[in-house]
Write a protein that binds this ligand. Structure first.
Ligand code: GDP
Ligand code: MN
Length: 383
C-alpha cells in the first residue's frame, strides 16, 4: 500500500524527521487560505499515487495569492499519469542549496534491509542507480539488531555528504529505518532531503509503502487507505472466517484440495493443461460436510470461476467421509451453479467414488483426467 506524500510526511514528522509546514487543500480557495496561513513562497503539490510529479507538471511554486490561485487551479483536476488530482499539498517552499536522497528498502538478493544515501537527490534515483551506482552508498542492516548509529554515519560519509550536516543526515537515515521497520514498510524514501543555506535539513518529499500483508497489524496505516484501494479482497476475508488458506488468482478454474502441496500441484496441472487457476484453496485436514460446503461456497461465489476441480488425498481424512460431505453440500442446491469434477485417492478412495452422486459431480479416476475435464468445462463456458 502506497501512502500519499502528505500521509508519509505525517508519519515521518511524528517520528522526528523535519518536514515543511504544510496543509492539504481540495479547492482553490482552500489552497489560497493555506498559503496565506503558511506564508509565501509556497510549493503546491498534487497528491496522487505517482512518482515524478515535478517533471509531469504536478508541482508548482507560488509567490503570491494570485499565483497560488493560478497554480492550484491548474493542478486541481489535472490528469497526472492517469490519476485525477483531487487534492494538493500546500507547503512552505524550502530555499535549498542541495538535494540529497535517503531511502530504505528490502534487498532481496542479500535477504536484508538496505539503507541508502546519495548526494544526487532531487532526480530519479533509479536513473542514478543505473548510470552511476557508486553515487549511492549502501548499508545492509541486520533486522535482529536494527540500524546502529555507526552504520548510519558510515553510509553518510561514504556518500560524501558535507561534514557540517553529516550528523543530522545520519539521524534522519536512522529514524527512517526505524519507521520502515515499525510500520512494516516495503519502501521508505526521502527524495529530495533538502539542505538549506544555514545547514538545516528538511524532507521535501516523502514516500512510504507499507506491505499489504502487514496491514492487519498496522491499523493506523490501513486507515490511510482513503480510496479503499488496498482493502482485503471480499473472498479472502471470507476465507479467514472459514479458516482456509486461500489466495485469489485471476483464472476461471476453481481449485479445492487438502494439503498445500497437493493444491499447488493441482494449480500447476491446471496451467499445464492450458487452463488458468482461479484460486488456491486448502481445506486442510478433516472433511466434514460443513467444511466442504464452505469451500464450495468460496469457489461458487467467485464470479470468475467457470468450473471446479476437487483434489482430495485421503490419509487420516477418509475418502468415504469426503464423498458424503460433497454429496451433502451439493444436495443443498436446486441447481449446481458450476460443474464440479472430483478426484479421490488414498484411504477409502474406492468407497468414496462409489458414494459420490454422479448426478451432482463428475468423478475421474486420475488427477490428470480430473484436471483436464475441469479445464475442458471451463473452456466450454468461456466460449
Ligand atoms: P516528485 O517529482 O513526485 O518526486 O516530487 P518532489 O516532491 O520530489 O518534487 C520534485 C522537485 O520539485 C524537487 O526536487 C524540487 O526541485 C522541487 N520542489 C519541491 N518542493 C519544493 C520546495 O519546497 N521548494 C523548492 N524550491 N522546490 C521544490
Ligand atoms: Mn521526489
Amino acid at each position: 500500500m502506497r501512502l500519499h506524500e502528505y500521509q508519509a510526511k505525517e508519519v515521518f514528522a511524528d517520528a522526528g524527521i523535519p518536514t515543511p509546514a504544510a496543509e492539504l487543500a481540495a479547492s482553490v480557495d482552500d489552497a489560497v487560505a493555506a498559503a496565506e496561513a503558511i506564508g509565501y513562497p509556497v510549493a503546491v503539490k498534487a497528491q496522487v499515487h505517482v512518482g515524478g510529479r515535478g517533471k509531469a507538471g504536478g508541482i508548482e511554486l507560488a509567490e503570491s495569492e494570485s499565483e497560488v490561485r493560478e497554480v492550484a487551479d491548474d493542478i486541481l483536476g489535472m490528469d497526472l499519469k492517469g490519476y485525477t488530482v483531487e487534492r494538493v499539498l500546500v507547503e512552505e517552499a524550502v530555499d535549498f542549496v542541495n538535494e540529497l536522497y535517503v531511502g530504505v528498502t528490502m534487498d532481496r538478493g542479500e535477504g536484508k534491509p538496505v539503507a541508502m544515501v546519495s548526494t544526487r537527490g532531487g532526480v530519479n534515483i533509479e536513473e542514478v542507480a543505473e548510470e552511476d551506482p557508486e553515487a549511492i552508498a549502501r548499508e545492509h542492516i541486520d533486522p535482529a539488531f536494527g540500524m546502529h548509529p555507526y552504520q548510519a554515519r558510515r553510509a553518510v560519509y561514504e556518500a560524501g555528504v558535507d561534514r557540517d550536516i553529516a550528523n543530522s543526515v545520519a539521524r534522519v537515515l536512522q529514524t527512517l529505518y526505524q519507521v520502515w521497520e515499525d510500520r512494516d514498510g516495503s519502501d521508505a524514501e526521502i527524495n529530495p532531503l533538502m539542505v538549506t543555506a544555514d545547514d538545516e535539513i528538511v524532507a521535501a518529499d516523502a514516500v512510504l509503502n507499507v506491505d499489504d500483508d502487514a496491514l492487519f497489524r498496522q491499523p493506523e496505516m490501513a486507515e490511510y487507505d482513503e480510496e479503499g484501494e488496498f482493502s482485503e479482497d471480499e473472498l479472502e476475508r471470507k476465507a479467514d472466517e472459514y479458516g482456509f488458506d486461500y489466495v485469489r488468482l485471476s483464472g476461471n478454474v476453481g481449485i479445492i484440495g487438502n494439503g498445500a502441496g497437493l493444491v499447488m500441484t493441482t494449480l500447476d496441472l491446471v496451467d499445464y493443461y492450458g487452463g488458468e487457476p482461479a484460486n488456491f484453496l486448502d481445506v486442510g485436514g478433516g472433511a466434514k460436510a460443513e467444511r466442504i460446503s464452505n469451500a464450495l461456497d468460496m469457489v461458487f461465489s467467485d464470479e470468475n470461476v467457470d468450473a471446479v476441480v476437487f483434489n482430495i488425498f485421503g490419509g487420516i481424512t477418509r475418502g468415504d467421509e469426503v464423498a458424503r460431505g460433497i454429496n451433502e453440500a451439493l444436495e443443498q442446491f436446486d441447481e449446481i451453479p458450476k460443474p464440479v469434477v472430483v478426484r479421490l485417492a488414498g484411504t477409502n478412495a474406492e468407497e468414496g467414488m462409489e458414494i459420490l452422486n454422479a448426478d451432482l459431480v463428475t468423478v475421474e479416476q486420475t488427477l490428470e483426467d480430473a484436471v483436464q475435464r475441469a479445464v475442458g468445462y471451463a473452456e466450454e463456458v468461456d466460449q
